[in-house]
Structures are given as structure tokens and as C-alpha cells.
Design a protein around this ligand. Structure first.
Ligand SMILES: Nc1ncnc2c1ncn2[C@@H]1O[C@H](COP(=O)(O)OP(=O)(O)OP(=O)(O)O)[C@@H](O)[C@H]1O
Length: 333
């Protein structure tokens, strides 16, 4: 459904250039429900905006279904936004018209397309548990109810893909859980692919897979144990805990503290390896190994062992780092 390879996004203003995505690789299967986590500024929203057709990539490949997002004309982009993709934001004011009823809000995107399908709009509102509130104006609904209307709106044009940016960010945890359960049901019943960007680690238990982004690149992924195999090139990590890695990645997120201890209980953790063999080693492991800039690799026939350079072999001290035990921490295999 989604295939990104070497995806680059550079924001340029007068005298500053920000490389928000630095050659990111990611694949999402049709019908998958997955989450993207990462520190503030790691590139999550940039990626979501590109996938939603709201922003153009600078280079690389971004394919969604039959669409090549780098090569689309303006007209194709409008068509793509109308028919292929649905968007849900944390701030639902972006999705909703406050003086219209819930039903009118869901019918609005259909009308823009040409014709409202009232029966389908009602069915969508019922599927998010709002059959009793269809005639209520948005101002009469709670934040959680408004977010459910936003979900129904995102689905109104029968998209293949729904992108949600912090969908549980402005509701309490019970309502957040309810919203994720609705996503899961819609994903199962309608087969819609769902990509959620979040700081909220409790989302992890509700999705098939979590991909972590660090500095504009995918670094680690967690796959739910029931699923058979990870979808991208990745190697299982047999060190560290999922909690620790996830907490490091999203330490600035407001919801981390309450959920970090539960994170990953149902998931297997993998490090992502791109097509040319690059992987990201978590900073905590680099620190523990005293590796800075360069490392040595050993292959024992089964595992690759990453360790700090042997300084005694380089008396000029050109290779940084102090050897600790030379094994252990940096293993992947
Ligand atoms: N329009 C823009 N112009 C310039 N720089 C931008 C623009 N949008 C994003 N950036 C920069 O790109 C980087 C990635 O930003 P992005 O919003 O994708 O991060 P994020 O992971 O979604 O963060 P958060 O969790 O805080 O929303 C940041 O350094 C940000 O400052």
C-alpha cells in the first residue's frame, strides 16, 4: 500500500535548510494498522503530510497504491486527496465545521465530490457509536465525540488509507482507548489501511506494528507477536528492552511515563536495516560501548558483533572510543 524508499524532505527558508527526512525507508501493507513514534522533530508529521499529499517530497520514492507521490500533477494530487486518503488531526477543529450537525459534517466532503450519500453517512456515524447524536451541532459534542465525527468524515469518501496525526492527543486515556478500538474495528470491517503518528505508547498494543523514526530515518520496529514476520528488512534485537528503547525515542512525549512500562509486552523488537545495509544503533548502546564515530564489526558465522575499536592497535588515537568488553552490548543477528 505504501512504499517509501530513500525519502528526503528538505525545508528551505531564507538562510536555513532543515533536512526533515534523510532518506527514509518504510513499507506498509494493504489492510495494516500501524503506528509511527518518535521524538518531537524527528519527522513524523513531515512524513504523514507527504503521504497525505499535503506536502511534496524533495527526493526519493513515495508510492501509495497506484500513485507515485513525486510524479503527480496538481490535478492528480487533488484527486488523490479526495479519493485515496482520509486525514484525522489531533486538533479536530481542522476536520470539522462547528455550526453544522454531525451528519452534515460527514456529508460535506461527499457534497464537495458531487453527491451526499445520507445512508452511508449515517452508517459511518453509527459505526463510531454516534447514532444518537447525528443531529447534534459540533459545539454540543464532547472532544471525544468530535474526534469520532472526525473519523467518520475521514472515511466518508471511502479512502483506502487513513492517516491520523496524534488522534488521541487531546482526549483522556479512556476516550483515547475507545478511539483506537474504533480504528481497529473499521480496519477489520472495511479493510482500510491506518497509519497513526503518536507520542502515546499505549497505542502500541492496539496496532499490528510500531515503527520508530529517529532523525528523519526509520530506526526500530516492533511487530505484534501474533503476526508472522516484519514487513521490512529488519533483524530481531536480543538486547535491551522495548520499554527502554521506546522511552528513549519518545522521552519528550507527555503520555510516555504512564505507559512505558507496558510498552512492547506484546511485541517483538527489530532493528531496521535498509537496502544498502545501514542500521541505526540506539544512542544508549553506543554510550554503553563508548563508541563514537567508528566501530569494529565481527561476524561469528551467525551474529554480527559491533564493538568499540581497539585503541591499542591505533596508538595515534585517531580512532576514538575506549574498549570495554568488546562483545555483548552491540549484538544483532
Ligand atoms: N514548514 C517547515 N519549514 C521549516 N522546517 C520545518 C517545517 N516543517 C517541519 N520542519 C522541521 O522539520 C523537522 C521535522 O518536523 P516534524 O514536524 O515532521 O517533526 P515531528 O516528529 O512531527 O515533531 P512533533 O512530534 O513535535 O510534531 C523539524 O526540525 C522541524 O522544525
Amino acid at each position: 500500500m505504501i512504499h517509501c524508499e530513500g525519502l528526503v524532505k528538505i525545508f528551505k527558508s531564507d538562510d536555513v535548510e532543515v533536512v526533515a527526512l534523510q532518506g527514509l525507508n518504510m513499507t506498509v501493507e494493504q489492510g495494516e494498522m500501524m503506528a509511527i513514534i518518535g521524538n518531537s522533530g524527528s519527522g513524523k508529521s513531515t512524513l504523514l503530510n507527504i503521504l497525505g499529499g499535503l506536502d511534496r517530497p524533495s527526493a526519493g520514492q513515495a508510492i501509495v497504491g497506484p500513485w507515485n507521490l513525486l510524479k503527480m500533477t496538481k490535478e492528480q494530487l487533488i484527486e488523490y486527496k479526495r479519493r485515496t486518503v482520509g486525514f484525522i488531526w489531533q486538533n479536530n477543529a481542522r476536520n470539522l465545521v462547528p455550526y453544522l450537525t454531525a451528519l452534515q459534517n460527514v456529508e460535506l466532503p461527499m457534497l464537495i465530490q458531487g453527491k451526499a450519500d445520507r445512508a452511508y453517512a449515517k452508517q459511518l456515524l453509527a459505526s463510531v457509536g454516534l447514532e444518537q447524536r447525528m443531529g447534534s451541532r459540533l459545539t454540543q459534542l464532547s472532544g471525544g465525540e468530535q474526534q469520532r465525527v472526525a473519523i467518520a468524515i475521514a472515511l466518508s469518501n471511502r479512502p483506502l488509507l487513513v492517516l491520523a496525526d496524534e488522534p488521541t492527543g487531546s482526549v483522556d486515556s479512556a476516550t483515547g482507548e475507545q478511539i483506537l478500538d474504533i480504528f481497529r474495528r473499521l480496519n477489520r470491517d472495511m479493510g482500510v489501511t491506518i497509519v497513526i503518528v503518536t507520542h502515546d505508547l499505549s497505542v502500541a498494543d492496539k496496532v499490528d506494528r510500531v515503527v520508530a523514526i529517529r532523525d528523519g530515518l526509520t530506526s526500530t520496529e516492533w511487530v505484534k507477536r501474533e503476526m508472522t514476520a516484519p514487513t521490512s528488512d529488519s533483524v530481531q534485537m536480543d538486547f535491551g528492552s522495548a520499554d527502554e528503547e521506546a522511552s528513549n525515542l519518545v522521552a519528550e512525549g507527555s503520555n510516555v511515563a504512564g505507559h512505558a512500562s507496558k510498552f512492547g509486552a506484546q511485541h517483538e523488537q527489530f532493528v531496521v536495516i535498509d537496502r544498502v545495509g545501514r542500521l541505526q544503533i540506539p544512542q544508549a548502546y553506543l554510550d554503553a560501548m563508548s563508541v563514537d564515530g567508528k566501530a569494529v564489526l565481527e561476524f561469528d558465522g551467525k551474529r554480527v558483533i559491533i564493538g568499540p575499536p581497539d585503541v591499542s592497535a591505533h596508538p595515534t588515537g585517531q580512532i576514538g572510543g575506549e574498549r570495554t568488553d568488546g562483545t555483548g552490548n552491540g549484538r544483532s543477528g
